[in-house]
Design a protein around this ligand. Structure first.
Ligand code: TSB
Ligand code: ZN
Length: 583
């Protein structure tokens, strides 16, 4: 989907369309007061104070009509530069604009743009005439706090988007519609996968039985793989003393993302935002020889991060998450091989899930941000060049991004795009020379001397939360057989004659741990078949006379029209094979 803000022409056009929107609102609601109307990736919005009135979709239609009319009139848009005094005078009835003027730097040129009877304070630039703004669509209206501060008044925020031609607009709207259908929040609701509740709070999702089943399978999948690769899994507490995070450096560099401290008697505890400090202590608990390394400590570990309430999004960005985490303690001469192994594991997992739309990002520090990043040029340069070398040697395409590193070291992040266009990190592999230093980790080298290990932090599925969000959007909720909450749905044609045999089929499959459901409701066959499809169940089995008499099952695969028949025995064998191979 196009990013309007990234396109110079569309940015100007959308900005002009925001003015057209404001003009139309002013005509229909003369008391409206305006704050700002910026261009965003999705188009534009305008924040408007309409007193106590809340706009409805009908109002958006009316505003849209007025905008069309104004655009047809085709007034020219012209720019004026005015003095501060004049600006204060012209906008004296618009308290929000007066605020903006007062906040402008003293030497800034103040400009405004006029079209017909409407003038707006604006830096510009704009298109020449409102005629150019005719191919627009108002998308939605929502409440937004003035200046984003929840102590302030709620303004009405109207969103829209504008293109040069009707064809471009229609194409874009079709893509938006498709994205809406693919949005994991919608599918999650339709398929009963997860839910949130205002009594629990923003960014805190509850996994319902269907979603929990998928998650359980994902946990088993990745843990099995890791065990085969020599990882050892642990369980560690979700809380720790603030002292732990003072030692690790999180306290100085990551506090903004943590929930506040809990104080009792003379203790101070905090919910952990990461698991590294706990794992460092596990490593330190024993003496290690150079021959023991690499040591790979894994954990499916819940973490807590204070994400802004406006930034949380379904399962994609949450405040309580569960990482598929591991910390690899390696000798300096093992860095290359271990990082390569991690990258190869990421690629293998992506192949298993058929994930093809992703980009490797080498996330570097921002040298000027000394608050976030510890100050040791040599360490940073070494770590960054090690990661760059591995990617280059593996022949992997990547781009570099400054200011995206963790506070303790650079990262190889795998970036994906969500249905609604968020660019987020799924997998990550990070190189860290800092935490071994802070925790004074050692091993005994070949010469019997103490040496410092290096730590590789890595999360292959990232968090189960974000991975689930991504998986839902990729599959549109039609999970592969091994992951499906319900794998087989059995429908007897007629309960009176076929229920007994259907129950036998169900029992046989359930005994083999296949997730099976029997639909014995008194509904029409065609209705039950349709519902089975809409629940995206991989196998819908239909049991009638022929099946009952021959110990067979007839089934229809999700998304297919044909019906196939197999003996019950063969059917069971085929299912077990597919599940085992995680096909
Ligand atoms: C990999 N210490 C490392 C760990 O050892 C770490 O915490 N890295 S992280 O900060 O990048 O987080 C790991 C992964 O968690 C990210 O790659 C991302 O996929 C996922 N993640 C981060 N924040 C959130 C969030 N708010 N909601 C859901 N998933 C998240
Ligand atoms: Zn870590």
């Amino acid at each position: 989907m196009i990013d309007i803000k990234e396109d110079e022409r569309l940015s100007v056009l959308n900005h002009s369309c925001a003015h057209l929107l404001a003009q139309a609102v002013k005509h229909l609601y003369p008391n409206a007061k305006f704050w700002v109307g910026p261009v965003i990736s999705e188009g534009f919005y305008y924040d408007i104070d309409l007193g106590d009135y809340t706009l409805t979709d009908d109002d958006l239609d009316k505003i849209s009509k007025e905008m069309k009319k104004l655009s047809k009139d085709g007034k020219r848009i012209y720019r004026e530069e005015i003095s501060r005094e004049e600006a204060l005078e012209r906008f004296k009835d618009d308290p929000y604009k007066i605020d903006i003027i007062n906040e402008l730097p003293k030497d800034e040129v103040i400009s405004c743009y006029t079209q017909g009877d409407f003038t707006d304070l604006c830096r510009g630039p704009h298109v020449d005439s409102v005629k150019e703004c005719k191919n627009f669509k108002l998308l939605k209206v929502s409440g937004a706090y003035y200046k984003g501060d929840s102590k302030n008044k709620v303004l009405q925020r109207i969103y829209g988007v504008c293109f040069d031609t009707k064809e471009d607009l229609d194409k874009h709207l079709a893509l938006l519609e498709e994205a809406k259908e693919r949005d994991h929040r919608k599918i999650g609701k339709d398929l009963d996968l997860f839910m949130g509740h205002e009594l629990v709070g923003p960014g805190l999702q509850m996994w319902l039985p269907n979603g929990a089943t998928v998650r359980y399978e994902l946990e088993k999948y990745i843990k099995d793989k890791e065990v085969k690769l020599g990882y050892n899994h642990v369980y560690t507490p979700y809380l720790a003393s603030t002292e732990l995070y003072k030692v690790s450096g999180h306290w100085d560099h990551y506090k903004e993302d943590m929930f506040p401290t809990m104080k009792m008697d003379n203790e101070e505890l905090v919910l952990r935002p990461m698991n590294c400090p706990h794992h460092m202590l596990i490593y330190k608990h024993k003496l290690h020889s150079y021959r023991d390394l690499p040591i790979r400590i894994g954990e499916l570990a819940p973490d807590f991060r204070y994400e802004a309430s406006g930034a949380v999004c379904g399962l994609e960005r949450v405040r309580q998450m569960c990482q598929n985490d591991a910390h690899l303690f390696v000798r300096p001469d093992q860095i290359k091989e271990e990082v390569s192994n991690v990258v190869n594991l990421i690629l293998e997992v992506y192949k298993d899930f058929n994930i093809t739309n992703y980009a490797f990002r080498l996330s570097l520090r921002d040298k000027n941000n000394t608050e976030k990043y510890f100050d040791d040029d040599e360490m940073w340069e070494k770590a960054e060049s090690e990661l760059r070398k591995v990617l280059t040697e593996l022949g992997i395409d990547f781009y570099e991004a400054e200011g995206e590193a963790a506070f303790y070291g650079p990262k190889l992040d795998v970036q994906i795009k969500s249905a609604i266009g968020h660019d987020v990190t799924l997998s990550t592999c990070q190189l860290d020379f800092l935490l071994p230093e802070r925790f004074d980790l050692t091993y005994i080298d070949e010469n019997g001397q103490k040496a410092r290990p290096v730590v590789i932090h890595r999360a292959i599925l990232g968090t189960f939360d974000r991975f689930m969000a991504f998986l839902i959007e990729e599959t549109k909720g039609a999970f592969p057989l091994w992951l499906s909450p319900i794998q087989v749905n059995i429908i007897p044609v007629n309960n009176e004659y076929h229920l007994k045999y259907a129950e036998k089929v169900m029992k046989k499959l359930a005994d083999k741990n296949i997730r099976v459901k029997l639909d014995d409701r008194d509904e029409k066959l065609s209705y039950k078949m349709r519902e089975s499809q809409s629940h995206k169940i991989p196998y819908t089995v239909i049991i009638g006379d022929k099946e009952k008499d021959n110990d067979n099952v007839s089934y229809r695969l999700f998304g297919h029209k044909e019906t196939e028949t197999l003996s019950l025995k063969e059917f069971e064998k085929e299912l077990l094979k597919q599940i085992k191979e995680r096909r």
